[in-house]
Design a protein around this ligand. Structure first.
Ligand code: ADP
Ligand code: ASP
Ligand code: MG
Length: 404
């Protein structure tokens, strides 16, 4: 059986016209004798609306009820797609995660899919049906509805492709592939024909929203190639695959960035063993993700300064947690609410000397001050003022010969 998994993102199912277009794409695969499994996201904007509702009730909305609400957007789009296919004479029906079921593990709002019951879906496909499965959701061992992180329908699609041994897994979205940087921000961005799991994972984790980072981890672990294509234009897309399949040898594959970060510096922190752990423990317990961390070498061996970044939306909560933390003492706290992280990503930097220098030099030429630096094997990130973000992305994109 030739199975293809087609995932449609929020914009691709964002209106009735677009739902009709999704049905057209599905039918084109049926005509090529594929068995099709569709994964749908909620219509664009719907999940955000649902999140807002929970916030209007409480800042500490029950995590299990939060998932029960935010998972509902996918029910509408899945049924609309199935309804349109029925209307066109095809056998189709919608499936919510609990009806499949799709089993997850882990905390609410960022669970991970661990198992999928294939029986009923397979039976339906064999009869010629097209199952439309709601992305982003699952159930846990307590039989409660879970969600798998914002943008999580990508991971739903990868895991469905794994369990059903699909020949293809295609992510249909509003851009026609993975670009060297966000094409909606930098018009000179170029489409990347093939990109490795490693580079895609870094680019996604560092802000390239086109794929959810967990979905790439799942794809890499299970060796599932992913095609990213546009649902609006019939153009060739990008292939996310293993490094061996890629011959182009760019030093830098792309530039990623985040928009809404905040930087917190604690000045004059008592320097003793365990102090960093004491600062971050309450943040961890409140699911606040700390990103870049820098601690200065203490000049007097008594006090040090510690700087870290978080998402801007977590700032109010973080300030509160630091203020009431009795395990730490410091002289001053400095907060910068408008910073952004810009990163260059590429496996080529492992073997090419001078990449760091070129990055810093290019930023210096444009008078862009670097606030914090962090590196790993295949990426270099810098924190800059938000007002310098676009300028920084443009100059790095050009410096590493990525411009169209
Ligand atoms: P969907 O709703 O289909 O899941 P998303 O909005 O999650 O779509 O992701 C697609 C968006 O990702 C694009 O509209 C684009 O602005 C953004 N994006 C960011 N970085 C990149 C990149 N490197 N390549 C392509 N798109 C990117
Ligand atoms: N609808 C969910 C979200 O907005 C999942 C997804 O779009 O993939 O995060
Ligand atoms: Mg997405």
């Amino acid at each position: 059986m030739k199975i293809v998994v087609l995932k449609f993102g929020g914009t691709s199912v964002g209106s009735i016209q677009r739902i009709k277009n999704v049905a057209k794409i599905v039918i084109s695969y049926l005509k090529k004798r594929f068995k099709v499994i569709v994964i749908s996201s909620a219509m664009s904007g719907e999940t955000n609306k649902l999140v807002k509702l929970t916030k209007q009730i409480s800042d500490n909305f029950s995590p299990s009820e939060y998932d029960a609400i935010v998972a509902t957007g996918e029910q509408i789009s899945s049924s609309l797609i199935a309804g349109r296919l029925n209307d066109k004479g095809y056998i189709s029906r919608s499936w919510l995660a609990w009806q499949v079921p799709i089993f997850t593990t882990g905390d609410y709002s960022h669970s991970r899919i661990i198992n999928i019951n294939k029986k009923n879906i397979l039976k339906f496909i064999r009869k010629g049906g097209v199952p439309i499965i709601s992305g982003f959701q699952g159930i846990n061992s307590k039989n409660r509805i879970t969600t798998i992180g914002r943008g999580g329908s990508d991971a739903s699609a990868i895991m469905i492709a794994k369990f059903f041994k699909a020949q293809k897994c295609i992510i249909y979205t509003d851009v026609d592939g993975v670009y060297t940087t966000d094409p909606n921000v930098v018009p000179k961005a170029k489409k990347i024909k093939k990109i490795s799991f490693e580079e895609m994972l870094e680019m996604a984790s560092l802000g390239a929203k086109v794929m959810q980072p967990h979905s790439i981890q799942d794809a890499r672990l299970n060796r599932i190639d992913i095609e990213v294509r546009s649902s609006f234009k019939n153009l060739s897309g990008s292939l996310i695959t293993k490094r061996k399949n890629i011959s182009t040898k760019n030093i830098i594959r792309g530039v990623s960035f985040t928009k809404n970060d905040a930087k917190i510096s604690l000045i004059g922190v008592k320097d003793k063993p365990g102090v960093a752990a004491a600062i971050f423990e309450p943040l961890f317990k409140n699911s606040i993700n700390v990103d870049m961390v820098v601690q200065n070498i203490s000049s007097n061996k008594k006090e040090t300064d510690l700087t870290f970044t978080i998402k801007n939306e977590d700032l109010t909560k973080t300030k509160k947690l630091i203020k009431k933390n009795r395990k730490i003492s410091f002289k001053n706290i400095i907060i910068d609410e408008k910073v952004s992280k810009v990163s260059i990503v590429g496996v080529g930097m492992i073997t090419t000397p001078g990449v760091t220098f070129r990055m810093f030099n290019a930023l210096a030429r444009k008078n862009i001050n670097i606030l914090v630096i962090s590196t790993s094997e295949i990426k270099i990130s810098v924190l800059v003022d938000q007002k310098n973000l676009k300028k920084a992305v443009d100059v790095l994109h050009k410096e590493f010969k990525l411009d169209y």
